[in-house]
Design a protein around this ligand. Sequence first.
Ligand SMILES: *Cc1c(COP(=O)(O)O)cnc(C)c1O
Length: 233
Amino acid sequence: MSIRENVEKLRREIDLAAEKAGRDPREVMLCAATKMNDAEAVREAIRAGVDCCGENRVQELTAKSAQDAYRGRPVHFIGHLQTNKVRQVVGKVDLIQSVDRVGLLEALEKEAARQGICQEILLEVNIGGEESKSGFTTAEVQEVAANFAVYPHLKVVGLMAIPPISTFPGENSQFFSEMRNLFVDIREKKYDNVTMVHLSMGMSDDFADAIACGSTMVRVGTAIFGPRNYHQA
Ligand SMILES: *Cc1c(COP(=O)(O)O)cnc(C)c1O
């Protein structure tokens, strides 16, 4: 199947999942997770109608930006970001989804201030409490949001989560629901510099469950581009 056919199939599945949940399908953005796919594949996904692109690695972001691969769509950073690389990301992407620790917030604030801009971000929550994953706990995320006025050059526009790898449908629904509750809870508190617009959760294997639980943005790689060849890179 071509990238175009994959995106069209995915859209139908996204629409169906939204309708089943009594939601408007237009509430769900499709973010193409473009890691390990080249500029031409990214352009094809954009032509097929994905809403935005998500890049994991700074090096790939820089290389594909230089090739103007994301033209016409917002680009997001969705991978683990080292503090010594913030300069290559702040002001170069529309949204940094994967802000997972206070040290990174401090580095981002400093760089955004230096550039004189306001950078939009999502707070990443380690909702499965996995040792191997980064992200704030739910308690930490509440605390960070409540005190976000200390980062005047950053703006929180939502939450992001990568739950454990699921092996059967519904396995992560509890985590997705917890994310939704957290999202609503923080939204209602109306903290300074915090607006809850995006709830980024759901990937190739579990996006339908994530949509059923309130996701407003699914990040999909494999179901658009096919399996990644990690040996090649
Ligand atoms: C790779 C990746 C995805 C997409 O994963 P698939 O299972 O290929 O759909 C989503 N989010 C993040 C942060 C990723 O790194």
